[in-house]
Ligand binder design. Structure first.
Ligand code: SF4
Ligand code: FES
Length: 482
């Protein structure tokens, strides 16, 4: 591996490594706008300039690569980079002045305020001054369909959004038009981003507040939000996300890219906007027995008197939940898996599985058998299984599977359903208990590639709602002597 020096610190990196990435490995963050690890570098913003010994002009670190070591001297230092010289500082201040020339001073009403790279870099690298005496150019904000709003006044022409629709989502909806100070990001005539199932990513990619999400626009100042690491429940990918929440309400899901894992940079709009399902509208649902509110003691008594138990676990819940649910089964062979949602792969490079069941692998590793519900139905009809316990979320069950599950519940002498909110299927069970949503608990899953992914509790569950392991402990408890 060739050796390079960055501000007199020596390090060995693979030939072809971008200087910007090499700087990161020694803890030097180079300011940048147009560079993004998942997009082709274009070196348009000029914010990442560094000094390279022997080169007459400053170089863009997002496009300059480390050369290979000479064959006759593999130990030689092949490049000396400086990121803290007066020339670099001067260039950064100059670039900031250019970028801010037409940028409005509307931070107090801008959604990006608090996570804006213009604000951050202006503070760290800007001169604090402007020689712009002319009137700034003005545009009205425009809808790019129902999901995205563009405010071109704020755009710094980094073209990240344009490259995303060209290189990643492939719909070519965005382009740049005009020249010079009139340059603008716009859509090809008649196109909106509505047909793009990954459109929400342009908002994350925009380093300033030019592209905003209609869903989040003017709703919350970002500094009030708490960020909890989690995963998307949408598919067997278990895409890492941030849950941004405040006041026990989720305000948005955002991708949480993992180092070196390019597929984690983007999430689909279906995943992004799924957060609304995890905000409870009503208070705590009550435990039910035969359709009426009931005490835990009454449900426990009915459960313990029921006879041999089989469990049906939908593979969209965590591994700890799967394990504790499995403990209720009369034998290991009586653990059945459910959930049959599939997701067509729109972007096969990013969506590496069409399985819509998040933790199928984790459930399978814990002895759950998927595709065997008919076998359970036969056992219930023969009276070999008297009681069935169902862990269920209606969003991941097809009408066909729901019908089969309903027949199993009806045939069993006793049935118990665990759900976040009572569904038509859940109400068919003899007893029903409210469990925490995945945003209200911490657990982990094993995704379809065998990677363990954890998610953390973001919201407080209402009083009376418990995790499934907590309910299982209660159901197994010996009733107190009277
Ligand atoms: S809208 Fe945002 S992402 Fe697109 S070019 Fe302008 S600044 Fe860059
Ligand atoms: S990040 Fe290198 S020129 Fe924009």
């Amino acid at each position: 591996m060739p050796t390079i020096k960055i501000n007199d610190v020596e390090l060995s990196v693979n030939p072809g490594t971008l200087v910007l990435d090499a700087c990161r490995t020694v803890g030097i963050d180079i300011p940048h706008y147009c560079y993004h690890p998942a997009l082709t570098p274009v070196a348009t913003c000029r914010m990442c300039l560094v000094e390279i010994k022997g080169q007459p002009k400053l170089a863009t670190s997002c496009t300059t690569t480390v050369p290979p070591a000479p064959k006759d001297n593999p130990e030689a230092v092949v490049m000396e980079v400086f990121t803290n010289t007066p020339a670099v500082a001067d260039a950064r201040a100059g670039v900031m002045e250019f970028l801010l020339m037409n940028h409005p001073l509307d931070c107090p009403i801008c959604d990006q305020a608090g996570e804006c790279k213009l604000q951050d870099y202006s503070y760290h690298y800007g001169s604090g001054d402007s020689r712009m005496a002319e009137v700034k150019r003005r545009y009205r904000y425009e809808d790019l369909g129902a999901k995205i709003v563009i405010d071109k006044n704020r755009c710094i022409h980094c073209t990240r959004c344009v490259r995303f629709t060209k290189e990643i989502s492939g719909g070519y909806e965005l382009t740049v038009a005009q020249r010079g100070s009139r340059l603008e990001v716009t859509t090809y005539t008649g196109k909106s981003l509505d047909q793009n199932p990954y459109a929400g990513n342009v908002v994350d990619l925009c380093p300033v507040g030019a592209l905003t999400s209609r869903d989040f626009r003017f709703r919350k100042r970002v500094w009030y939000l708490k960020n909890t690491p989690s995963i998307s429940r949408h598919s067997a990918l278990g895409s890492p996300i941030w849950i941004d929440h405040e006041g026990n309400q989720i305000h948005r899901f955002r991708p949480r890219p993992l180092e070196g894992k390019e597929t984690t940079h983007f999430i689909s709009d279906a995943e992004r906007y799924a957060y609304v399902h995890y905000n409870r509208q009503d208070g705590a649902p009550a435990p039910l027995l035969k359709g009426a509110p009931a005490s835990l003691d009454a449900i426990r008594e009915a459960f313990q008197a029921a006879g041999p138990v089989a469990v049906i676990g939908q593979g969209t819940f965590g591994c700890d939940t799967a394990q504790r649910l499995g403990d209720l089964a009369a034998s290991e062979g009586l653990r059945y898996g459910s959930g049959d949602k599939t997701i067509p792969a729109v972007l096969p490079k990013y969506q590496t599985s069409e399985d819509g069941i998040l933790n199928r692998r984790g459930f399978t590793e814990r002895g759950y058998r998927f595709g065997a519900l008919e076998e359970l139905q036969a056992k219930v009809q023969k009276g070999e299984v008297k009681a069935v316990v169902l862990l269920h979320d209606a969003a991941f069950t097809s009408a066909k599977e729901a019908e089969l599950l309903g027949q199993i519940l009806k045939a069993a002498a006793f049935s118990l359903a665990f759900e976040v909110e009572a569904s038509d299927l859940g109400r068919m069970a003899t007893a029903w208990l409210p469990i925490t949503s995945y945003a209200e608990e911490s657990d982990f899953i094993v995704n379809h590639e065998g990677e363990l992914r954890r998610y953390q509790k973001a919201l407080q569950a209402p009083k009376g709602v418990r995790t499934l392991p907590a309910w299982v402990k209660e159901l197994a408890a010996v009733p107190a002597a009277v």
